[in-house]
Every structure is written in structure tokens, then in C-alpha cells.
Design a protein around this ligand. Structure first.
Ligand SMILES: *Cc1c(COP(=O)(O)O)cnc(C)c1O
Length: 422
């Protein structure tokens, strides 16, 4: 068999079997070349919101290709980008007034960091400290890796990463420590921004914290004049039960990053939303105050048209009631594992549910995730545990029965790996 020349992401090719080729997608399913249907219980790495190939989004993409391909986005604009920006401002928290486009979650966050530093620089009061929460993930570029959790994933690149200040994750009982630490950092150094995943730290292990803490962090940020950057790349578009997770804390960030679900997951696009104050700090007859950022595919019209269709789906279809169906199905199923000694830390935020498999610690941790992944695949499910953390983040088209099926598989697979570990 010919070895593929493709180098896959987050893949140790020496240990992986050859990649399964997917021939098509349909709603909640990936269909491989042999016609096997795989239930996509993690929304293809958290991007697919409504389901694969939502007809309205596919139609919008087809229609857009009749008029557009890529168009230079300096000097020119186009209808899909204008409509989308307007639509985003309408659904975002009050105060967010300007939309800057890029093409991935990582670039949306890079843009946010640059906006924050540019804001202070242009006002003649430079600040350069970024504060983050321990265990966070913001992408895989040098800047976003710097802000994210350090570990095996980025040790080779460490010499190039810049220093940030880290707040310890607010485990129950440690909440005040975190708030106090943030205040101390704000007092002692020029903090430009708190960069945070609201409510759920995704790649860091689906760690969930109280919305009230986000509100308290915002209060401190306001007191010290530092900006709040909400990285809603994963939490946006209904994942946590509301359109954006910040809504649950009743706060408006100064900068909001969105990408994964922006086009319903169909095609890459990202947006960084900012307040008028931040935009205005870059508005000047002095060209040196320009916001110096661009990517070649900024505001791709086809992607923008897909995102406009996504906004229409949110307006026209019962998306929130589908989300409620999934929320309720998670709740029932998690309840069935309550008190089960195989699992710990059962938790849920909207359509995201997670539980830790109780395993002996040590190098075994990484291995158990791989084993479970293979066992899920054998059962026709795409579920990729993060080490011993099992989680589900399905597209909203899943039925309650399909959610139950995922938990049945978790039940079975957990017993198999724990039996093997004995
Ligand atoms: C996935 C993710 C990113 C990075 O997005 P990419 O599109 O993979 O670059 C950033 N922040 C959060 C919270 C994410 O979950």
C-alpha cells in the first residue's frame, strides 16, 4: 500500500494506522469509502454546529461561487462581508461595534492581542502584559501558544514563546485566590488584556467554571483599565447554551474572537469584534496608527456568504430548542453515571458534557485516551478523549437517542479499558 504524503495535524504517524478516507458527510455522520457511517459526537473538532452540509449553507456557498472568488479586502468591500459584519454586531454584546476578519481561531486571537497592544500604544500609554488562565488553549501559532498552556505540545518552541501571567484555575474553594491574584497582577504591572475562554476551557480538558467569576474578572479589568478579550472560538454559536458564553455572565468583552461555528463549520472564517474605543485608538491621520494586520484570504466572500446563511438559520430555525434537547439528553445520561466509581467530575455547560475516567495516574494517562478512541471507532462513533477526559460536543441535529447511544458506548468502553488496566 502506498504511504500517503499527507502530514496530518496532532498525529504521530509512527503509531497511527493509515487514515480512513471520508467520502461524504451527512448531518451527524461521516461516511467512509466503504459506506460505514460514523456518528460525529465531537462536531469534527468542534466546528460543525447545526450538522454536516446544512442545505442552506451549502446553497449559499454554491450561489456565492456564481459571483465571487477571493477579492482583495483593502480598498474594496463586498456585500457578504458587510451583511455579516452587521449581523454579528446585532447578535454580539452591546459595545462591540467593529468587525475584523481573518481565517482561523488562532488568527482571530492573534488579531485580538495585536488590537489590545495597539490600543495602548496608540494612546501613548504602552502596556504589554497579557494575563491568561492556567490550562487555556488559544491556538497553535507562536503568539497563541505563548498565551496557552505550556507542555509537551510546545516544549520545542518554548525559546520563542513570550511570557504571560497565569491565573490558577478556579477549582471549588480557590475562586477568591484567582481573583486576588488577578488584582495583584493588575496593580503591579501594565496589563493590556485578560485573554480568556469564557465558562469552558476546551482543549485544556473541558474545565468549567462559574459565570459569576467571569463577571468578577471583568469588574477587576474595568477597575484597572485593562481589556477583556473573550476567546469564544469554541464556546460561541450556542455551545454553552447561549449564543455566546459571555451572555451568561452578563458581561460584554472589549474584544470577542469567533471562528469555529461562524460558518456553521462548513468553511474557514474568523472574526474579531472590537469596541468603538479600540477602533478609534487606531483612527488617525497619522498612518503609523493603522492596524497593521492582514491575511491573504481576509473576508473571503464565499465564506462570508456561508456565515450569513448561518445567521439566517439562527433566525429562522429552532436552533435553541435543538440545543435544549441535547442539554436535556446530557443531563439524563450524566445522572445515570452519578456516583459511578469509574467516573469523576461529571460536568456540563450547555451542549458540552465531560467526565473524567478514574485511572491510575502516570504515563498511562495518554495511552487510555488512544485506547478509548479506537474502541469508539469500532462502535461507529467519533469520540476523541483528551487523555482520561471523555467529552461530547455534538452537532445540534443529534437526536436524544443518538446522544444516548454515545453514552452507551462510553459506558461500555470505560469498562473495557479499566478491565485492561487491572
Ligand atoms: C480551536 C480553538 C482555537 C484555535 O482555532 P483554530 O481555528 O484551530 O486556529 C482558539 N481558541 C479556542 C478556545 C479554540 O478552541
Amino acid at each position: 500500500m502506498n504511504r500517503s504524503t499527507v502530514w496530518h495535524p496532532f498525529t504521530q504517524h509512527a503509531l497511527e494506522p493509515p487514515m480512513t478516507r471520508i467520502a461524504s458527510t451527512d448531518g451527524a455522520y461521516l461516511i467512509d469509502e466503504n459506506g460505514n457511517r460514523l456518528l460525529d459526537a465531537i462536531s469534527s473538532w468542534w466546528v460543525i454546529t447545526h450538522g454536516h452540509r446544512h442545505p442552506k449553507i451549502m446553497a449559499a456557498i454554491r450561489a456565492a461561487t456564481e459571483a465571487y472568488d477571493q477579492i482583495i479586502f483593502a480598498e474594496f468591500s463586498h456585500e457578504p462581508a458587510e451583511r455579516l459584519a452587521q449581523g454579528l454586531i446585532e447578535i454580539a454584546q452591546p459595545g462591540l461595534k467593529h468587525v475584523f476578519y481573518s481565517d482561523s481561531g488562532s488568527t482571530a486571537v492573534e488579531v485580538a492581542i495585536k488590537m489590545a497592544l495597539g490600543y495602548f500604544h496608540n494612546r501613548g500609554e504602552p502596556r504589554d502584559r497579557i494575563v491568561v488562565m492556567e490550562g487555556s488553549y488559544h491556538g497553535d501559532t507562536i503568539g497563541t501558544m505563548s498565551a496557552g498552556e505550556r507542555g509537551v505540545f510546545n516544549v520545542a518552541y518554548e525559546p520563542l514563546l513570550f511570557a504571560v501571567d497565569r491565573l490558577t484555575f478556579p477549582e471549588a474553594g480557590r475562586e477568591q485566590d484567582m481573583l486576588d491574584r488577578f488584582e495583584t497582577i493588575c496593580r503591579t504591572s501594565g496589563v493590556a488584556a485578560l485573554l480568556i475562554e469564557p465558562l469552558v476551557l476546551g482543549a485544556g480538558g473541558m474545565k468549567i467554571y462559574e459565570a459569576s467569576l467571569l463577571a468578577s474578572l471583568k469588574d477587576i479589568a474595568v477597575r484597572f483599565g485593562c481589556l477583556l478579550i473573550a476567546d469564544e472560538v469554541m464556546t460561541g454559536w450556542g455551545r454553552t447554551g447561549t449564543m455566546f458564553a459571555c451572555e451568561q455572565a452578563g458581561i460584554a468583552p472589549d474584544i470577542l474572537c469567533t471562528s469555529k461555528g461562524l460558518t456553521g463549520g462548513a468553511i474557514p472564517l474568523a472574526a474579531t469584534l472590537a469596541t468603538a474605543e479600540i477602533f478609534d485608538a487606531h483612527l488617525s491621520t497619522d498612518r503609523r496608527k493603522t492596524f497593521f494586520h492582514s491575511s491573504s484570504y481576509t473576508a473571503n466572500p464565499i465564506a462570508c456568504a456561508a456565515a450569513v446563511a448561518n445567521l439566517e438559520i439562527w433566525q429562522e430555525e429552532p436552533v435553541l430548542s435543538r440545543i435544549e434537547t441535547i442539554e436535556a439528553a446530557h443531563r439524563c445520561n450524566l445522572a445515570r453515571f452519578a456516583g459511578d466509581p469509574r467516573f469523576a467530575n461529571l460536568r456540563q455547560a450547555g451542549t458540552i458534557a465531560a467526565l473524567d475516567l478514574v485511572v491510575p495516574t502516570g504515563g498511562y494517562l495518554a495511552e487510555v485516551g488512544q485506547q478509548m478512541r479506537a474502541l469508539f471507532r469500532e462502535r461507529g462513533l467519533l469520540i476523541r478523549p483528551l487523555g482520561n477526559v471523555l467529552y461530547l460536543m455534538p452537532p445540534y441535529c443529534l437526536t436524544a437517542q443518538e446522544v444516548d447511544r454515545a453514552y452507551d458506548a462510553i459506558d461500555e468502553v470505560a469498562s473495557i479499558v479499566l478491565e485492561r488496566a487491572r
